[in-house]
Design a protein around this ligand. Sequence first.
Ligand SMILES: Cc1ncc(COP(=O)(O)O)c(C=O)c1O
Length: 408
Amino acid sequence: MKQLPITRETEEHLFFHNYARLPIAVSHGEGVWLVSDNGTRYLDMFSGIGVNALGYGDKRLAEAISTQATKLIHGSNLFMMQPQFDLAAKLIKLSGLSKVFFANSGTEAIEAAIKIARKWAGQSGDQEKKEVLSLSNCFHGRTYGSMSLTAKAKYVDGFEPLLPGTGMIAFNDIADLEAKVSDKTAAVFIEVVQGEGGIHKISQPFIDRLKELREQFNFLIVADEIQSGCGRTGTFFSYTDVNADPDLVCLAKPLGGGLPLAALIGSEKVANVLTYGNHGTTFGGNPVACAAGIAMIEAIEKDKLMDNANEIGDYINEELQKLAARYPQILEIRQYGLMIGITVNKEAKYYVEKALQKNVLINATSVNVIRLLPPLTISRAEAQHCIIALDEILAEETAEQTATEAAC
Ligand SMILES: Cc1ncc(COP(=O)(O)O)c(C=O)c1O
């Protein structure tokens, strides 16, 4: 097939305009490095939006995928498939929960959680107990249910009407939590560490009160671990750190080792909510993606990547604190394993562009937050490479500001 030139013009011509792609055509990757078509190597501190937990080119992952691909690429959920069974058993063991539903993307896992929560709540006999709540500044996805929970103007404007029966509680605001939940609440969706919202962690008192209110009003707690899960924060699930005790847990992003895979894991309480034909998907739990998922989790465990996330995350935090002491541009650093947010005093995209010029890939979220989600395999030397680049960028910016002030 004829290869089209990869340019902005062909991009404009071919695609809907919903992405702001970087002007890099990526070809392959090695470890924490992403390599472009022209051979430029980029230190990837964002791992394909938090997906490539093992970095690039992990042989075990590639082998698991190719072995399964030569056996069976797609079977469908009309059949039983070994990789699905093994991965489900692994997730049940890791979470201590009871049942798994596989989907293809984070937003689909959230949709399944909304459906299960509403059906479960309706079984109480109160058909008005259908309210699903989320926390301000959250992100749960872009399909109608998950977008309705997200409800930020940027994601929602023009797409209304939203799913009825959704609402939002102010993040970490216990008084608002108490005011919003009631016996009409079916579920409260949380991210223990908000990702798109700017790397903010839920507070322990908020979680404790949420659990008390769950006892009082009998609703479900749904932990969206799509960005924070699979070891990113130094534990397999970030909710264990605050003992959130969720009834439903959503996983995606790194779960399939880069292949589309999501899982919804549920407690005994909701184990029998779905019945035959109630919910489903053609591709969800694809055997190649599940084989990749097993290889991915085994590699995380064998290579002690959660320890690495803690160790290198702490190192990055220490080095960033040193930069913060020297540069007033840095306002705050929030680090949970290798999920790191740096609040800066201007639009974070300024730093994203500057870092790109130094062949380092970082990301901007929540306007003025630099977000780092490097592969969990990152070494201290690679982390230092990123710190040096940030130091240079901040120093150059400071020098420019001083020169401008002197000229005025
Ligand atoms: C916390 C969280 N939930 C849900 C989603 C949606 O996942 P997906 O893009 O796979 O649909 C994302 C994606 O960024 C996310 O970070």
